[in-house]
Design a protein around this ligand. Structure first.
Ligand SMILES: Cc1cc2nc3c(=O)[nH]c(=O)nc-3n(C[C@H](O)[C@H](O)[C@H](O)COP(=O)(O)OP(=O)(O)OC[C@H]3O[C@@H](n4cnc5c(N)ncnc54)[C@H](O)[C@@H]3O)c2cc1C
Length: 504
């Protein structure tokens, strides 16, 4: 049987290699129909693999626009399908490939990296990292970067002056005094002793039953610096201590303290953090389905998973068949559309709440080139700004371009954040400010951010039940909701999962 379609067709694994480049007109000969099906959906063709297939190219014509492929049974298709090509998904894909597994990555955007993004200024060519800007000085980080030919350096301190403004009035808050390094060092040593009592919090959310009540209470006091450091996480004083410890574990405290000695956090030597993901993409090659989302997932079989993927920019549907699906995306219900969730999975994922985080590059702000501004509120404990708010406006390495970061207690429309950032910029009464006619160069959403559940759910065994999903229905999970919003620590968490995943 020969089928002709007028849309591009993508295949995976060895098939992908055989079909590169993707042709706009393809004819297919399907051999062994009992084990392979092809459906014509209107003008589209849907190839459904119900067995592992091998493609070989048998060109019978010199007309390169119409190659003919013979499809036969028996060869390798991916063992693992990873949904999400951000920090955890890319790490998983690279490490599973290292271990000799075949993988495909399904990523909704046009490139890998998730929250790790780098803006290239079209005029100067200058690179500005945003989202994930630093990693910990851990061996897992150094090894991963080395394996992908991306060099790391300690993050340099800049010569920009930090000013503290009350964005509710637009005025400089002269009463705000940041913690002195000596005070911080003393405060952190007491704090580190506290978190050492809960080692399972450092490695993940491996909570005992019952969950210690100290982890459930809201903190009565706080190191003020941490509230400022983690503004996008909302008011930490209103969250269970567990989430404070998740966001500020031993590794992050170690690196904050090390910055006083000129060491601490790492960043890329070229100040182009996207490089890590560009290099990873080169390794993974055609096994990345970018601009792609899930249409449906079928995990009803005990030994295989079928995933129908829509590659939106090519208007192509692909049916992936694999042994195991690895979910690395934020597991909010509206982000899991098409997945065949069980009632139990629905009941767990349905409990997640999230924060909103948005970043915009703005020109014509009128701000002087030598200051970065933090939003403080003199009427709150530790002067933390209440969300929703623009909480930071930072200088970038491109003159005249600032980056504004906006946080909200839940997902908000883009227009709301954009409107607030622009009006904050206009309102700020900064000495030396020029004419302010701010406009966005880009505006990006990092939402859903910081997935949490109510304290009662934690006490009721939510995380024990969540972790119990690992490996069930041929599915494994990683990503920030399973540990913390910290790439380095997520790579450690994922690495620890690999023996279970590959044994499965
Ligand atoms: C402003 C900001 C600054 C940060 N700074 C740092 C920092 O300096 N250092 C640090 O370690 N961490 C930082 N973080 C935390 C950061 O979120 C984590 O380090 C890390 O990115 C989380 O990894 P992840 O794999 O869980 O999610 P992500 O990296 O967000 O990856 C998820 C991926 O899944 C894709 N996806 C989502 N839904 C779907 C879907 N339905 N179908 C297909 N694909 C989908 C997304 O497009 C994305 O590529 C920062 C976060 C923010 C928002």
């Amino acid at each position: 049987m020969t089928l002709i379609c007028c849309e591009p067709v993508r295949m995976v694994g060895s098939a992908a290699t055989a079909l590169r480049p993707v042709y706009s007109l393809v004819s297919l000969e399907i051999v062994g129909r009992r084990r392979a099906e092809a459906l014509l959906l209107g003008s589209r063709i849907l190839i459904r693999y119900s067995a592992r297939l091998h493609l070989s190219q048998n060109r019978i014509s010199d007309d390169h626009s119409r190659p003919l492929y013979s499809v036969t049974q028996n060869a390798s298709l991916p063992t693992f399908s990873l949904v999400g090509g951000g920090s955890s998904g890319t790490y998983s894909a690279i490490r599973l490939s290292d271990l000799g597994k075949t993988v495909v990555v399904v990523e909704q955007h046009d490139q890998l990296g998730g929250q790790t993004q780098t803006y290239t200024d079209p005029t100067t060519g200058g690179k500005i990292d945003y989202g994930v800007v630093v990693w910990h000085g851990l061996s897992i980080v150094r090894d991963y970067f080395a394996s992908l030919n991306a060099s790391l350096v300690y993050r340099p301190t800049d010569n920009i002056t930090t000013k503290y403004f009350d964005f509710t009035t637009g005025k400089l808050d002269t009463s705000y005094v940041p913690d002195a390094p000596a005070d911080l060092i003393a405060a952190f040593s007491g704090y580190v002793n506290q978190i050492a009592k809960y080692p399972y919090v450092n490695a993940g959310l491996f909570l005992p039953s019952p969950v210690p009540s100290d982890l459930l209470y809201q903190p009565q006091t706080m190191i003020g610096f941490l509230l400022g450091f983690a503004k996008g996480m909302g008011n930490l004083l209103k969250q269970p201590t567990l989430y404070v410890m998740k966001n500020f574990g031993a590794d992050i405290i170690t690196d904050i303290l090390a910055t006083f000695a000129g060491k601490g956090f790492l960043t890329t030597a070229l100040h182009n953090n996207h490089l890590l993901y560009a290099n990873a993409a080169a390794v993974l090659g055609n096994n990345i389905f970018s601009n792609s989302t899930i249409v449906s997932v079928d995990r009803s079989s005990h030994n295989q998973v079928k995933i129908l993927v829509n590659t939106t920019n090519m208007k192509v549907y692909t049916m992936l068949q694999c042994d195991t699906i690895m979910m690395t995306i934020p597991p909010k219900l509206d982000n899991l559309k098409g997945c065949d969730l069980s009632r139990f999975e629905l009941s767990l994922f349905g409990q997640f709440m999230n924060k909103g985080c948005y970043a915009g590059f703005v020109r014509n702000s009128g701000l002087p080139n030598n200051i970065t501004i933090f939003n403080v509120n003199p009427n709150t404990l530790y002067s933390h700004a209440l969300l929703p708010a623009t909480y930071k406006i930072a200088q970038t390495s491109v003159p005249g371009l600032v980056v504004a970061v906006f946080g909200a207690n839940q997902t908000i429309p883009d227009q709301q954040g954009q409107h607030q950032i622009l009006s904050d910029l206009k309102q700020l009464q900064v000495a030396g400010k020029g004419r302010s006619n701010p406009e966005f160069v880009i505006y990006t959403s990092h939402t859903p951010f910081e997935l949490t559940v109510p304290t009662a759910a934690i006490a009721g065994g939510f995380y024990q039940q969540l972790y119990g999903l690992q490996g069930t229905r041929n599915t494994f999970y990683t990503g920030a909701a399973w540990h913390t919003q910290d790439s380095s620590l997520l790579w450690q968490f994922t690495e620890a999962l690999l023996p279970n995943i590959t044994a499965n």
